[in-house]
Design a protein around this ligand. Structure first.
Ligand code: ADP
Ligand code: MG
Length: 236
C-alpha cells in the first residue's frame, strides 16, 4: 500500500469580514493526510471545523496558506479548475445534505456517475442505496424522505463517485444509533475496499475511535493531533 501524502494543508488561515470587523476563523493550520488514512476532526461548536473541511475539499479558499490535493495546488486555481479537481477526486457529505429536490433518490445517486460517464450508473446507484438501507426508497423525492434518509442518500451519492477522498461533516449527526453504526461500517468498508481516504468531522466518540487518527480544533487552531489507539481492533 502506498503511503503518499494525498492532502497537504500548509499554514492555512481564514479571515472573513463581519459587521464587527475582521473575524479570524482559522489560524496558521498545517495538516497532512496520507492516502488511505482515516482522520477524525473534532472540536467544539464554532471552532472552525466546517470551514476547514470546505477549504480542504476545495469548496472554499483560504485567506493565507496553501492546500495541495492529489498533487494539485488548489490555492493557485480558479473556481472552474477547482471544480474539475473535485469532480475527479472528491466526495462530500454535507451537514445540509444538498440533494437536488427535483430528482429522486436513485437519480440523485446516479448523477455524479453519469457526469463521470459511467455506463452502469443506474445499477450501481441501486447497489449503493441498498447498502445504506434504502432499497425501498429509490423513487422517493428528497422532501418525501426523513432527515436521516436524506443523509443516507447523500452518503450513497458520495460513495457512488468512488472518490479518492471522502469529506463528511457529521455523517452520523441525524441518524439513530443503529443506522449510524451501519453507516460507520460502510464508511470503513469503503476505506478498506477502495483505499478511500476519509476526513470526517464528528462529535461521536465511536466514530472518532474508528479513525486511525484524530485532530482536535480549538478556536481555529490544531490543539491535538493523535493516533487513535482503538482504531484497529474495533471492527474485527
Ligand atoms: P464549526 O463547524 O466548528 O462549528 P464553523 O467552521 O462553521 O465552525 O465556524 C467557525 C466560526 O466562524 C463560527 O463562529 C462561525 O459563526 C464563523 N463563520 C463561519 N463562516 C463565516 C462567514 N462566512 N462569515 C462570518 N463568520 C463566519
Ligand atoms: Mg460545523
Amino acid at each position: 500500500m502506498t503511503e503518499q501524502v494525498l492532502l497537504d494543508a500548509r499554514n492555512v488561515g481564514k479571515v472573513v469580514p463581519t459587521a464587527e470587523g475582521e473575524l479570524t476563523i482559522l489560524q496558521d493550520l498545517s495538516l497532512a493526510v496520507r492516502e488511505g488514512e482515516s482522520l477524525a476532526i473534532t472540536g467544539p461548536s464554532g471552532s472552525g471545523k466546517s470551514t476547514l473541511l470546505g477549504i480542504l475539499a476545495g469548496l472554499d479558499v483560504p485567506s493565507s496558506g496553501e492546500v495541495i490535493l492529489c498533487g494539485q495546488n488548489l490555492t493557485r486555481m480558479d473556481e472552474e479548475k477547482r471544480a474539475g479537481v473535485r469532480a475527479k477526486h472528491v466526495g462530500f457529505v454535507f451537514q445540509s445534505f444538498q440533494l437536488l429536490p427535483g430528482l429522486t433518490a436513485l437519480e440523485n445517486v446516479m448523477l455524479p456517475m453519469e457526469l463521470h460517464g459511467l455506463k452502469d450508473a443506474r445499477s450501481l446507484a441501486r447497489d449503493y442505496l441498498a447498502r445504506v438501507g434504502l432499497a425501498e426508497r429509490l423513487s422517493h423525492y428528497p422532501q418525501q424522505l426523513s432527515g436521516g434518509e436524506q443523509q443516507r442518500v447523500a452518503i450513497a451519492r458520495a460513495f457512488a463517485s468512488q472518490p479518492d477522498v471522502l469529506f463528511a461533516d457529521e455523517p452520523t449527526g441525524n441518524l439513530d444509533q443503529h443506522t449510524g453504526a451501519k453507516i460507520i461500517d460502510l464508511l470503513f468498508d469503503l476505506n478498506r475496499e477502495q483505499n478511500t481516504t476519509l476526513v470526517l468531522i464528528t462529535h461521536e466518540e465511536r466514530l472518532a475511535q474508528r479513525c486511525g487518527r484524530r485532530v482536535h480544533l480549538v478556536a481555529g487552531s490544531l490543539a491535538e493531533d493523535t493516533p487513535s489507539s482503538a482504531a484497529q481492533p474495533a471492527e474485527v
